[in-house]
Design a protein around this ligand. Structure first.
Ligand code: ACO
Length: 275
């Protein structure tokens, strides 16, 4: 199953949706047209039941070279504040949708990844990069701060000293360094990147999807809560997940305690079977 438009393409293969930034000639810089189309694609896909994991990647040599400096900055600024706010809302809007997406998401960073691209990168639950990829917060190089949430992403992902260094120097790092700094989970050679991401997606596809959504939201939410608030939130999140799937947890326990057909410490229960 596949569909495409100019600036965003996607295909669904073996229950994985591969969504691509598709302006390779502009290194997948995010212009308003791309931001609008990406929001549409994410909305079209979100509740479909023919896939369980979404992978975001880029066509050509880039994941994304960040915001389109001509079409996202210069042109709206020439039109006035209303156009600037409109462009921001369109970009931030799809990143927010992706942060709280129904399905687990993986960023597959195949190449250039600059500035604003850290928004969707952070929005994805997991991230894998090519060792050959190049990351950078280049804002400082052309005269702006890492806005659009990017400074927040830097401190959310990196330690304080590394975040400050990354923001202030604008120096690039490769995929290996990005893994060392925890911007991504892992870096592998580009030739193996799709294979590794597919492997991880397949692990997720074997889990209970209701619990995956509750778990990924919980990890994002509790980061900013006190311990007591988190404890309370998690009780309620667990109960809400049980409301959406009352059988899953009982079945997981049954297959272990009664049937002894799997070990939860070592892998998932068989979600296809109901006791
Ligand atoms: N905005 C607008 N156009 C861009 C962008 C961008 N962010 N990135 C690349 N392009 C365009 C180039 O202008 C060029 O267009 P043209 O062919 O019409 O002249 C085309 O994409 C190819 O770019 P090159 O620079 O020729 O490609 P190369 O592979 O040599 O270099 C690189 C790639 C390093 C990504 C370079 O294009 C670059 O530095 N881009 C800007 C990266 C950046 O700083 N992004 C902004 C981050 S800050 C923020 O997002 C808020």
């Amino acid at each position: 199953m596949s569909a495409s438009s100019d600036v965003v393409t996607y295909e669904i293969e073996n229950r994985i949706a591969w969504v691509r930034f598709n302006r390779p000639e502009k290194r997948n810089a995010m212009n308003p047209a791309l931001n609008r189309r990406m929001m549409q694609v994410l909305q079209e896909l979100e509740f479909r039941d023919d896939f369980g994991v979404l992978v975001l990647t880029g066509a050509g040599t880039a994941f994304s070279a960040g915001m389109d400096l001509q079409e996202y900055f210069r042109e709206p600024e020439a039109q006035g504040l209303g156009a600037v706010r409109q462009a921001q809302a369109e970009a931030y809007g799809w990143w927010r949708k992706l942060r709280w997406y129904q399905k687990p998401t993986i960023a597959m960073v195949n190449g250039w990844c600059f500035g604003g691209a850290y928004g969707p990168l952070f929005a994805c639950d997991l991230a894998f990069a090519a060792e050959e990829a190049t990351f950078g917060l280049s804002e400082i190089n052309w005269g702006v701060i890492p806005g659009g949430g990017v400074a927040k992403v830097a401190v959310a992902l990196l330690g304080f000293r590394d975040a400050m260094y990354h923001v202030l120097t604008g120096e690039t790092i490769d995929g290996r360094k990005a893994a060392e700094w925890r911007i991504v989970n892992e870096a592998v050679p580009l030739a193996r990147l799709k294979e590794r991401v597919t492997e991880v997606a397949e692990v997720l596809l074997r889990k209970n999807p209701v619990v995956l959504k509750a778990a990924k939201d919980a990890v994002r939410r509790v980061r900013e809560m006190t311990y007591d608030n988190a404890e309370d939130y998690l009780v309620r999140a667990q109960e809400a997940a049980a409301f959406l799937d009352s059988e899953g947890r009982r079945e997981g326990l049954r297959q272990f305690l009664d049937e002894k057909s799997y070990r939860p410490g070592l892998g998932p229960y068989d979600t296809a079977r109901k006791g």
